[in-house]
Design a protein around this ligand. Structure first.
Ligand code: 5GP
Ligand code: ZN
Length: 114
């Protein structure tokens, strides 16, 4: 997609602090972190939501989740605990319609989220 912010991060047109790359996914730090670790993991290919990625390419959704766990390992929060969030739709707070897993951790996380 030519007009998608996260496609532009994949292509390098928009800079980002990339922390991991795999054949089908890219992980980079959120520009407005909500926790000591706040990394976004996205598929290189454009899919709007987690459900659409699951339907179109389940192997890549699995790769996004595997990379999300590896981010937690790299950040030293895999043992203490971390949260993976896919906001889906406007009322849930999705603002960028290129699917992204938020990886959050490094502090106690409230449940349920707001
Ligand atoms: P959403 O609200 O769609 O679940 O998450 C979008 C996330 O993308 C937000 O947490 C926001 O801070 C982050 N974000 C928005 N624009 C940029 C950007 O240009 N670079 C980076 N690294 N993160 C961004
Ligand atoms: Zn995109």
């Amino acid at each position: 997609m030519t007009d998608c912010l996260f496609c532009k991060i994949v292509s390098g047109e928009v800079p980002a602090k990339i922390v991991r790359e795999s054949p089908g996914a890219v992980a980079f730090r959120d520009i407005n972190p909500q926790a000591p670790t706040h990394v976004l993991v996205i598929p290189r290919a454009h899919h709007p939501t987690a459900a659409e990625l699951a339907a179109a390419d389940p192997a890549t959704l699995a790769e996004v989740l595997t990379e999300a766990h590896q981010v937690a390992v790299d950040e030293g929060i895999a043992e203490t605990g971390y949260r993976i969030v896919f906001n889906t739709g406007a009322q849930a707070g999705q603002t960028v319609f290129h699917v992204h897993a938020h990886v959050l951790g490094g502090r106690g996380l409230n449940w349920p989220p707001g």
